[in-house]
Each structure stands twice: as C-alpha cells, then as structure tokens.
Design a protein. Structure first.
Length: 217
C-alpha cells in the first residue's frame, strides 16, 4: 500500500509539479486548495502520514491548518511540513509555535522534499507504534484491575451459594439440583475469565457484533 500525502496548495503550477513528482515516487496524493478542503478530505476517510501545505492560501492558510491539526486528537499524529517563501526567524518561530514539524523554503529542491517526506513518514510510523504499545499497556492494566475487582463479589457469591446448599432440606435440594449445577458451571466459567484477565499480557482486539471490537480472552 502506498504512503499517503495531502498536498495543500492553491497555485496550479505548483500543484501540477509536486503532484507528478510525488506520484512518480509511488506516493498516493490528494490535493486540497486550502486548509478547509484538506480537513474535509481527511474526515472523508483519506488519512495521510504527511500533510504538505503552503503557508499562504485563501479561506484557511497553512498556519491555521497546522494549528487545527496539532490541537485536535484525531489529526495531531500527522506529520506537517510547511512550504513557505518566508525565511525570517520570526516566521519560522511562528510556524513552530503553531505545531509545524518541518519547513521547506520555496523554491523547493525535489530531492530535499522527498527526503523530508520520507523522514516524516518514518516519524509518523514510530509514533503510531508507540501509541499501540501504550494502548496495549493500558488494556493490560485495565484487564488486571477488572479481574481483581470481580474476584471479591465472585467469592461472596460462591460462599453464599455454599451456605444456601447446606441449609436447604434434602428434598428441596433434590428439586433444584439442576439449577445448582447450572449456577456452579456459570461460576466456573466466570472464574476462568477472571483468571484470564489477571494474566493477560498480550491483549488482542477482535471484531464482534456490528464491527465493534472485543478483547480476546
């Protein structure tokens, strides 16, 4: 699967040159002519590793787009490269404060652009892997906590059931024998699940009903 890039640029000549360059190097490219279009493309399902955006554009410029991407959880992992003719330190600081990950000064050197993009993709992938590790760690901690919290009421249920069995007259106990067996079997299955939760060290999410995820035990 090709790496994905959104090119945010309003100059048609620049769009033509950069789009052809990126496609030639096997990047899947979507073009937006302002920041609002870029956000719409992402929200419609095209999630890129890199956003390559010009600073100066109508409607929503590159700086505004960068601020939105870096402040909203659903976007902030994207690697943002700002294209600009502004070379002053003041402008660079302004861009960095908005959250830009990298800058390229116009006119752009093609080799440098491709190198910066590949670097951005590697950083994006590392961040994604780190997020997965943190997510797995959180799942393990949650599972262990749930397992331990289930243990106490389950033990109380077992003790109460044993007490009930001992107090019932033999003739009554005989009538509800199958019910007691069903309850005992259910308790055993719950204990097994609780044990699996407390020992979970490699959590996996599987598809369940209507595409919902479920922890595999």
């Amino acid at each position: 699967m090709n790496n994905k890039i959104i090119l945010v640029e309003d100059d048609e000549d620049t769009i033509f040159i950069l789009e052809k360059l990126l496609q030639k190097h096997n990047f899947e490219v979507k073009v937006a002519r302002n920041g609002e279009e870029a956000l719409k493309i992402i929200d419609e399902g095209f999630f890129p590793q890199v956003v390559l955006a010009d600073w100066t554009m109508p409607v929503m410029d590159g700086l505004q787009l960068c601020k939105v991407i870096k402040t909203e959880d659903k976007y902030k992992s994207l690697y943002f490269i700002m294209l600009t003719a502004r070379s002053s330190v003041k402008d660079r600081v302004k861009g960095l404060e908005a959250g830009a990950d990298d800058f390229l000064l116009k006119p752009i050197d093609n080799s440098e652009l491709l190198a910066r993009i590949r670097s951005g993709i590697r950083i994006f992938e590392l961040q994604t892997e780190l997020a997965k590790v943190e997510h797995s760690k959180a799942l393990v901690e949650m599972a262990c906590t749930m397992g331990h919290k289930f243990n106490n009421p389950l033990s109380s249920l077992t003790i109460s059931l044993d007490s009930l069995k001992s107090e019932l007259p033999p003739e009554v106990k005989a009538k509800v024998k199958e019910d007691f067996e069903t309850i005992d079997d259910s308790i055993k299955r719950i204990r097994y699940l609780v044990d699996q939760l407390t020992k979970l060290d490699d959590p996996k999410i599987i598809n369940y009903l209507n595409g919902q995820g479920m922890l595999e035990l």
